[in-house]
Each structure stands twice: as structure tokens, then as C-alpha cells.
Design a protein around this ligand. Structure first.
Ligand code: 1OR
Length: 341
């Protein structure tokens, strides 16, 4: 068990050429990743050439398409399912990326990447064990291994730096490669645009006004967009809470069951408003159900990121419980206990 943390630096496109490097922490949860058991197990901070889509020289080149059988496509879909960097892609972008990926069978002791080389491809693991070596005092030391899932090779492509580690196939395996140009043109650009969009959304949220730029950026990167259609349930009253939500587009309806079990609309929320924080603050079941009104798009922040990144907003959120209680009382539902321990 373990996780890989990679700090990304994107360049802010300030019009006056100001270079305020943005900083974000992307985490890829990978249950089968064995973390290195030494001082290098700590979070990595990588500060190198920043990504700036306006300066991207890769734009005009078209991606190659590697035809795949249905079986290959299925395996590839499965392999990329939990790759965090791909979560920012819309369906068309994902299809283009999958088209451009090529299958590579590996044999025992094959070096997929050598530390110090230039970056060519990003790799997603289909199956097999891949050992990670890093030069320490000039000697290759094994610092971890990927076990049948995960991805590697993104750092050199993101920052135009030499490969930071050596990756060796431990036995036979299968990986899917994605060339540098397509990786930068589609994957990196989508991650950059997602951050910008979510930062703009978070700036509109008064509760977050005392987060500094760096904190807001980390929240922006932790958000995951979700699309809902009219009537879809986003939150079900009584369930355990695992995320809070910021409304990116559209409206939601918040409903509470009255004492007869009938649902009563207590409020409607629109763009820039948030919901779903109460259960995360109080550690009690969801106090209301939330439905999409028409189509809506929300940005979800999971409970772990919530606790890690929004600690400083907790007091504001606790104070808001008073407002909820007031609303309930107006609806004659004041017997509800919203507050947790
Ligand atoms: P890359 O393009 O630099 C080597 O090519 C890849 O190995 C790298 O991207 C990462 O995807 C992957 N430090 C640096 N790169 C690592 C590490 C790592 N682990 C996996 N890669 N570690 C720090 C060791 C000093 C291990 C951290 C858990």
C-alpha cells in the first residue's frame, strides 16, 4: 500500500510576462505500489520547466493512431481507469489518447526507462511488476515497485527534465505507451485548463476567501467534475458523506423528508454555491437529499482532501450550521439534530 505524490508546477500566463509559478499536489492512489523504505519515501517536489500551453510547440502535430482489437481496447480501458492524469479528459480527448497509445510487451530485466535519459513516452501498466531504481551516490538502489497497475514516466515529459528514475521489468509484463507530443498536447493541457477553471470557480466561493493562492490551487487540483441530468440524485439523505460539492454550472434542489416521510424542498442553490459539507463537518449522516435541477455540473472534493485542505475553513462551515437550523425551524422541522459530537 502507498501512494505517489508528484508536485506539479504550471506556469501562470500573466499578460505582463510575470512568472508566478503555480504549485499543485497531485496524488495517485495505488494500492499495489510498494513505497521505498528509506528517506526517499517522502513526498517529491519537482521544480523545473513549467508548462505553458501558449508556448507549446507541439500543438500542430497530429497524433498517430494505433489500431486496436476489441480485446486490446478493453484491456487498455481497464488499465487507464484509475490513472489520475486521465481523469481530466473529456470523452473525445480520452478517445484520442487511447487511439495514440501503443502496446508493448516487456521481458524480464528489460529497462523501460533509464535515469538521466531524455523523456520519450509516458507508460500505463497493463500487467506485470516494474521495479523502480534511483541512483544514490552513483549506485542504483531499488526504491519501490509497481505491482500490476499504475503509470510512470510523466515527470520528464511534464518538466522537460531527464528521467528521474530507472524502471525495470521484473519478469514479463505489458505496458501501454503514449508519446511525449500527445501526452503534452492533450493530457497536460487538460490538467492545466482544469486547474484554471476550478481556480476561477473557487474564487467565487466566499467561504474560501481566506485561503491563500497556494491553498486554493491545491483545492482546485483535488476537485473532480461530475455531470448530472435533471432529477439525478447527487446526495441521498441518511447516507454517509464522502464528498462535498461546488456548483460549476446549473442548479440543484435540496430536499428534506418531513415527519411524514414526504420530501420538502428547503432551498435551491446555483453556480458558485456549495453543499455536502455538513456531514463531513459533523460526521453525521447526510441531513438532506440533493437533486440536479435540469442538467448541472458540480466539482466534488472527497473527504480526505476536504480534511487535508479545508481545515482552515472549518470554523466558517460550523457557523453555517446555525443558518441551516434557522431554515429548518422556519419549515417546522426544528426537531432535527444537525450537530455532531
Ligand atoms: P520520469 O519521466 O522521470 C522515471 O521517468 C519515472 O519513474 C518518473 O518519471 C516517475 O514516473 C517514476 N522519483 C522519481 N521518479 C519516480 C519515483 C521516484 N518513483 C517512481 N518514479 N521516487 C523517489 C526516489 C528518490 C520514488 C517515490 C515513491
Amino acid at each position: 500500500m502507498g501512494n505517489i505524490s508528484i508536485k506539479h508546477y504550471f506556469k501562470n500566463n500573466g499578460s505582463g510576462g510575470s512568472d508566478t509559478s503555480a504549485h499543485v499536489d497531485v496524488e495517485e492512489e495505488d494500492e499495489d505500489f510498494e513505497p521505498p523504505k528509506n528517506r526517499y519515501a517522502r513526498r517529491q517536489s519537482v521544480c523545473a520547466e513549467a508548462y505553458n500551453p501558449d508556448e507549446s510547440d507541439d500543438e500542430e502535430e497530429n497524433s498517430v493512431v494505433y489500431p486496436k482489437t476489441d480485446v486490446q481496447r478493453k484491456r487498455l480501458n481497464e488499465a487507464v481507469r484509475n490513472i489520475l492524469l486521465f481523469k481530466n479528459l473529456d470523452q473525445e480527448q480520452l478517445n484520442n489518447v487511447l487511439d495514440a497509445m501503443f502496446e508493448r510487451k516487456t521481458v524480464a530485466d528489460e529497462h523501460i526507462i533509464d535515469q538521466g535519459d531524455d523523456g520519450d513516452n509516458f507508460y500505463v501498466i497493463d500487467r506485470g511488476i516494474f521495479d523502480i531504481y534511483v541512483k544514490i551516490d552513483g549506485v542504483d538502489k531499488k526504491v519501490g515497485a509497481y505491482n500490476n497497475k499504475g503509470s510512470f514516466g510523466e515527470l520528464a515529459l511534464m518538466y522537460n527534465t531527464p528521467r528521474a528514475a530507472t524502471i525495470v521489468s521484473n519478469g514479463e509484463g505489458i505496458i501501454w505507451g503514449l508519446d511525449r507530443v500527445t501526452f503534452r498536447k492533450i493530457v497536460l493541457k487538460a490538467a492545466y485548463l482544469k486547474r484554471k477553471m476550478h481556480e476561477a470557480l473557487l474564487e467565487k466561493v466566499p467561504m474560501l476567501k481566506h485561503l491563500n493562492e497556494f491553498e486554493r490551487m491545491n483545492v482546485a487540483d483535488a476537485l473532480e467534475s461530475r455531470q448530472y441530468n435533471d432529477g439525478d440524485v447527487i446526495i441521498q439523505q441518511g447516507e454517509e458523506g464522502s464528498s462535498m460539492f461546488f456548483i460549476e454550472k446549473g442548479e440543484v434542489s435540496v430536499k428534506i423528508k418531513d415527519d411524514g416521510g414526504r420530501e420538502v424542498e428547503v432551498t435551491c442553490l446555483n453556480e458558485g454555491r456549495y453543499f455536502g459539507e455538513l456531514a463531513l463537518v459533523t460526521h453525521k449522516p447526510r441531513a438532506a437529499s440533493v437533486y440536479s435541477k435540469g442538467s448541472c455540473k458540480v466539482a466534488a472534493l472527497d473527504i480526505l482532501a476536504f480534511e487535508r485542505l479545508l481545515g482552515s475553513c472549518m470554523e466558517v462551515m460550523k457557523r453555517n450550521i446555525g443558518d441551516y437550523e434557522e431554515q429548518l425551524s422556519k419549515l417546522g422541522l426544528s426537531n432535527r439534530d444537525l450537530r455532531g459530537k
